[in-house]
Design a protein around this ligand. Structure first.
Ligand code: NDP
Length: 287
């Protein structure tokens, strides 16, 4: 089925989305704040609108943040429009945006897309969507041109809750790897020598074996019970101090290790040192 899709925002993400909608056979209109970015898309068959007011029913927005949507569509009649906003922002901003669109007669579907530009429209790409289920369902076939559709609930904030959670794990996990590699290099260990062990650690954490801590911790979070007989938090807080010591004596930055040490020590000081590592989540929930 051919749909008329208007892509608002032609940055790295929006341009690729527009290309994928075109390749899927949809009728595509594009608009960007700064003109001059639509040439390649027009050559592929897109229509470049001179104003976002020219949009069809379905608007797919990919801009820097939600303020950009207000700046772009503040004067546009949104009656009968479905806005699918795939920009990043904070969950509360998405809730406010949903009310803002509804007050103008439109419907907002929020999304958090989990791939960079080269992954858009490729196998394995997926996007968290939240908002009215029936609207997401109605547009699922069209949206599949850019990624799989993973609907996470009616609360418009949820797409960003899932997206930010994933992004935080991605950034902090990779930054931990940068710290680990810097420490290894300070002792003359080549990054490629560390790589197989990093793969073992990340793979093990996500897996089903004895290092499958994602699964263990999830069960503990569900129960809010953190048995620590085999490896107490207190022991790990002391061990984290040794990690910090290693970074400091290597003369490299210790910001992230120090932050972890402080967090573990706070949970210990709150009286839960005999529990397991998972108990740290209780300290995270109460800053
Ligand atoms: P870019 O910086 O490439 O593009 C930003 C877009 O936002 C441009 O079209 C820009 O228009 C527009 N824009 C910015 N401010 C305004 C404004 N005030 N009014 C109107 N338009 C505005 O960003 P990306 O395409 O990389 O990212 C877009 C969104 O997707 C971001 O929220 C990002 O966090 C998210 N994202 C990005 C990923 C990535 O790997 N790149 C992955 C997943 C999500 P102009 O050309 O006029 O400046």
């Amino acid at each position: 089925m051919t749909t008329h899709v208007t892509v608002i925002g032609l940055g790295a993400m929006g341009s690729t989305m527009a290309e994928m909608f075109l390749k899927a056979g949809h009728q595509v209109t594009v608009w960007n704040r700064t003109p001059g970015k639509a040439g390649a898309l027009v050559a592929l068959g897109a229509h470049e609108a001179s104003s976002p007011a020219e949009a069809g029913e379905l608007l797919v927005i990919s801009q820097l943040d939600y303020q950009a949507m207000y700046d772009s569509l503040g004067d546009v009649d949104l009656r009968g429009k479905v806005l699918v906003n795939l920009s990043s922002d904070a969950p509360s901003v998405l809730r406010e945006a949903s009310d803002w669109v509804a007050a103008r007669g439109g419907v907002l579907v929020t999304g958090g897309i989990m791939v960079p530009p080269p992954g858009i429209g490729r196998p394995g790409a997926y996007t968290f969507y939240s908002g009215p289920a029936e609207v997401v369902t109605r547009h699922t076939e069209t949206l599949k041109a850019i990624s799989d559709v993973t609907y996470v609930g009616a609360d418009p904030a949820l797409a960003m809750v899932f997206y930010q959670s994933q992004l935080f794990m991605f950034w902090s996990g990779l930054t931990a790897y940068m710290y680990a590699s810097a420490l290894a290099q300070s002792a003359g260990v080549a990054p490629s020598q560390l790589l197989p062990f990093a793969q073992e650690t990340f793979g093990g954490i996500a897996g089903e074996g004895p290092m499958g801590f994602l699964k263990y911790l999830t069960a503990e979070f569900e129960e809010r019970s953190y048995p620590g007989e085999a490896n107490s938090l207190h022991m790990q807080a002391v061990g984290m101090g040794h990690v910090v010591h290693a970074f400091e004596e290597a003369g490299i930055d210790a910001t992230l290790p120090v932050a972890l040490k402080r967090l573990f020590e706070r949970a210990d000081a709150e009286g839960r040192g005999a529990e397991g590592l998972g108990t740290v989540i209780e300290s995270i929930k109460k800053p």
